[in-house]
Design a binder for this molecule. Structure first.
Ligand code: URA
Length: 433
C-alpha cells in the first residue's frame, strides 16, 4: 500500500477501504508515515468527507492503536458519560455519584482542560490529596467496593487519536464531523464500559454551534457505538451560556457539591438528573428514562448521592471534609467584580468568551505544559433572562495573580449583552437520540 495513492484517492473524493484506513492509522502512530503526508490526508478528508463506513473503520483503527481496557472484573453494566466539552460543565461530578448511588457501576476515565473548556481531572485535583492516577487494580477494586472511580485517561488509550488530534489542531482540520466523532468514540470504546451516554453540547461555547450539526454528530456517534455493540445514547444540550454559575476548577467542584446538597443552580441540577436518569436506564437499573430520573432525584433528596461523593473522594485519597468546609480548597488571594452599567435584562453571556476569560484568570491552559491556578475562575451572579440594574454585580473573578484577574475581568465584561425586553428562554435539553 502507498500513502501517496491513498491521499490522491481521498483528494478525488474516493472511498477508503478498511485496510487503507488501518494502514494509515498504524503507520502514522508508529512513525512510518510522516506529518506532511498525514496532514495532506486530513485536509482531503476535511474537504471531501468520509462516509459512515469509513468513519466506523477509522474509529476502530484508532481504538485498537493502544490498550483496550477490560472491565470484566467489575460486576454489572458499566456506564460511561462523555460531554463534548463546554464552559462550566461540572456535571460528571454530580452525575457519577447520582448514578452510582442508584447501583450503576461507574469506571470512568476523564481528561484535563485545554483552551477555553475545562476538564474533570483538573477539577478533581482541586480536592486536597485527591489522586487521579491510581493503579488499574485499585481502580477496579474501588468500583466493586463503592461503585465509582474516576481517573485520568492514560497515554495508552487510543494513542493514534492523541497524535492525530495534535496534528489536526495545527492544520485547521479539527472541525470535521467524521474526525470529531471517531476521535471521541475511539477513546470511549477503548475505555471498556458497556454503555455510553453522550452529552453533545450545542451553541456558541461548543464545538457544534448549530443544532443541526450537533444532531448529526450525536447520530454519528450513536451509530458508531451501536455498531461496536455498546448501548449508546446521545443528548443534545444547550451551551449558549455557561452551565451553572461557577467556571474554574475549585469553584466548579464547590458548585457540584452544592448541587448534591440540593442547592445548586437549576440548569446543573436538571441536566444532571436527566443525564443520571439516562445512565440508570442504560445500566438496566430502571425500565425507562423517567424511572431513572425519579431514582436519581430520590438519591439527591435523600443525601445518598452526597454520601457516595464522600466515599469516592476518600477512596481516591482526597479529604472528604471539603464537603462541609470549602475553606479546604485552594484559596484565591485577589478578586475583581464586574459591575453593571445599565438596567434591563441579560440577553446573552457568550460562553466561549467566559471560558477564555476564565482560562486567562489562571484557571486554564493554552498548551498542555502550562500549570494552572486551581483557585482561579469566574462566578456569574447573573444569567440569561435575569433582570439587572445599574450597580448590580454581574460576576466576580477570582485568582492569585492580580494582573491576570484584571485582564480576565475586562474580557468577561464583554461577554455580557443586555436587552430592554426579556429574552426568549433557550431549551436546556434539545433532543435525545
Ligand atoms: N473532543 C475530542 O476528543 N476529539 C475531537 O476531535 C473533538 C473533541
Amino acid at each position: 500500500m502507498n500513502m501517496n495513492d491513498i491521499i490522491g484517492k481521498k483528494r478525488d473524493g474516493g472511498k477508503l477501504s478498511p485496510e487503507e484506513i488501518e494502514y494509515v492509522v498504524n503507520g502514522y502512530t508508529e512513525g512510518s508515515i510522516p506529518d506532511y503526508q498525514m496532514s495532506a490526508l486530513l485536509m482531503a478528508i476535511y474537504l471531501k468527507q468520509m462516509d459512515k463506513e469509513e468513519t466506523f473503520h477509522l474509529t476502530r483503527a484508532m481504538k485498537y492503536s493502544g490498550d483496550v481496557i477490560d472491565l470484566s472484573q467489575i460486576e454489572g453494566i458499566k456506564v460511561d458519560k462523555h460531554s463534548t466539552g463546554g464552559v462550566g460543565d461540572k456535571t460528571t461530578l454530580v452525575v457519577a455519584p447520582l448514578a452510582a448511588a442508584c447501583g450503576v457501576p461507574i469506571a470512568k476515565m476523564s481528561g484535563r482542560g485545554l483552551g477555553f473548556t475545562g476538564g474533570t481531572v483538573d477539577k478533581m485535583e482541586s480536592i486536597p490529596g485527591f489522586q487521579t492516577s491510581i493503579p488499574a487494580e485499585s481502580f477496579m477494586e474501588q468500583v466493586n467496593r463503592i461503585g465509582l472511580s474516576v481517573i485520568g485517561q492514560t497515554a495508552h488509550i487510543a494513542p493514534a487519536d492523541k497524535k492525530i488530534y495534535a496534528l489536526r489542531d495545527v492544520t485547521a482540520t479539527v472541525g470535521n464531523m467524521s474526525l470529531i466523532a471517531s476521535s471521541i468514540m475511539s477513546k470511549k470504546l477503548a475505555s471498556g464500559s458497556d454503555a455510553i451516554v453522550l452529552d453533545v453540547k450545542c451553541g456558541d461555547g461548543a464545538f457544534m454551534e448549530s443544532f443541526e450539526d450537533a444532531c448529526t454528530l450525536g447520530e454519528m456517534m450513536v451509530e458508531i457505538g451501536t455498531a461496536d455493540r455498546k448501548k449508546t445514547i446521545a443528548i443534545i444540550t444547550d451551551m449558549n451560556q455557561p452551565l451553572g454559575q461557577a467556571v474554574g476548577n475549585s469553584l466548579e467542584v464547590i458548585e457540584a457539591i452544592d448541587t448534591l446538597k440540593g442547592r445548586g443552580p437549576g440548569d446543573i441540577t436538571e441536566l444532571s438528573l436527566i443525564l443520571a436518569g439516562i445512565m440508570i436506564y442504560a445500566g438496566d437499573k430502571a425500565e425507562s428514562r423517567q424511572q431513572g430520573y425519579d431514582m436519581a432525584k430520590e438519591a439527591l433528596e435523600s443525601g445518598g448521592a452526597l454520601n457516595k461523593l464522600a466515599e469516592f473522594i476518600q477512596g481516591q485519597g482526597g479529604d472528604p471534609a471539603v464537603i462541609k468546609d470549602y475553606s479546604l480548597f485552594p484559596q484565591h488571594t485577589c478578586t475583581q467584580e464586574i459591575v453593571c452599567h445599565r438596567s434591563g435584562y441579560v440577553y446573552k453571556i457568550a460562553a466561549k468568551s467566559i471560558g477564555l476569560a476564565s482560562q486567562h484568570s489562571g484557571a486554564g491552559r493554552a498548551t498542555k505544559e502550562d500549570s494552572i491556578d486551581l483557585s482561579a475562575g469566574i462566578y456569574l451572579h447573573k444569567k440569561v433572562g435575569d433582570t439587572v440594574a445599574e450597580g448590580d454585580v454581574l460576576a466576580v473573578i477570582y485568582g492569585t495573580d492580580a494582573e491576570k484577574v484584571a485582564r480576565s475581568a475586562e474580557e468577561a465584561e464583554k461577554a455580557f449583552v443586555f436587552s430592554k425586553e426579556k429574552p426568549k428562554k433557550e431549551e436546556l435539553i434539545k433532543k435525545i437520540i
